[in-house]
Ligand binder design. Sequence first.
Ligand code: PLP
Length: 436
Amino acid sequence: MVSHTVFDGPCVRPTVPQVASIRRCAPRHCLHLRASRLEGVEQAPPDPILGVSEAFKADTSDLKLNLGVGAYRTEELKPYVLNVVKKAERKMIDAGENKEYLPIDGLASFNKATVNLLLGFDHAAVKEGCVATVQSLSGTGSLRVGAQFIQKCIPGKTVYLSNPTWGNHRGIFSSAGVKWEYYRYFDPETVGLDFEGLMEDIKNAPDASIIVLHGCAHNPTGVDPTKEQWKQIADLCVDKNHLPFFDVAYQGFASGSLDEDAYAPRYFVDRGIEIMVAQSYSKNLGLYGERVGALNFILSSSSAAKKVLSQLKQIARAIYSNPPVHGARIVSEVVGNDDMFGEWKQEMEYMAGRIKGVRQELQDHLERINPDKDWSFITKQIGMFSFTGLTPQQVENMTNKHHIYMTKDGRISLAGLSSSKAEYLAKAIDDSVRNC
Ligand SMILES: Cc1ncc(COP(=O)(O)O)c(C=O)c1O
């Protein structure tokens, strides 16, 4: 093993008395004398989403605006910690919260709460033991455990992703060794759902494929199927024996209501369709850095659920052993206490409302500045994002000329926009559309 000593001398193992002085020495790694055996490692490209935040940080302009990452900001563009989260944390500290390891599958009260939020309280599937849940590392970690499960327990399946989709889906399934393909989703002509394309592609997928569906507030398009369309997708999944894998990262952010936004997975379960669901509390409880989420299987037998759970635990154990405790306690406190639960719903409505407000303002400014173009798609789209249709060249102009940071696919996070910056953004979009 190579040790990184800072010993100012020849490359020999230091004696024990030397170790104290080594720590005080200026770092002159004798390792520098040789070329690294890892010089041939290929430079990986920056992450398409988190790389945008890095570029934003390096920009010194006062005009800069970060609309890259999907994180809620206040009107002052500051990060927001929900009051109900602070309240739950105070309660946890007063109760003498400890930092012991959780079991591999996570905090039992969190797992109960998360299934209640997903399916509605006291669902029959839970009572019958047909649900397998593991608390995992937010939405990403939950998807990753799900991907590894597919690779291990139902190998040879192809996962179908919407085109476009959240930038990390491809990497998550690829890194677990799972093959993926796209199904059509977005129609740039109508700036809406390509429902016919979606149905055709899901129909043409081999029977018993895995179909990743965004539970609500589709990222990046902000375009969801209607209830009638969900019904037809469910019919097709039954006919084709597909396994839907719902990604629920924005429950509450589409409509402002937790129940309304769980419509699709609940409908599929009520139709008797087995589903997988990854959940995240990054956005709706603002627990981004706490990494709290869950992977659920809702199955038609308790014996299958038991076996699936055993596999999920084995997978999680080898990747991260057990999940973090703090954020899971927050969720279980908030959901388990009627007053706090009510407060959460109000705060979520407020956040969703603020985003709707800036959506409208952005559209109003654009309609005033450039009335020849139809901007109505901005308020037709829902959730945190707007898929602007800006080309990569126009996106470059937004960043290089106007210091507005966004992903290359033309997605902007409206959760990072304030009323006071809406006009500046509209002018930058108009300039980019006209001149690039
Ligand atoms: C569609 C979708 N799924 C999952 C996630 C996972 O987020 P996290 O790992 O922060 O919970 C995100 C985050 O942006 C997302 O947009």
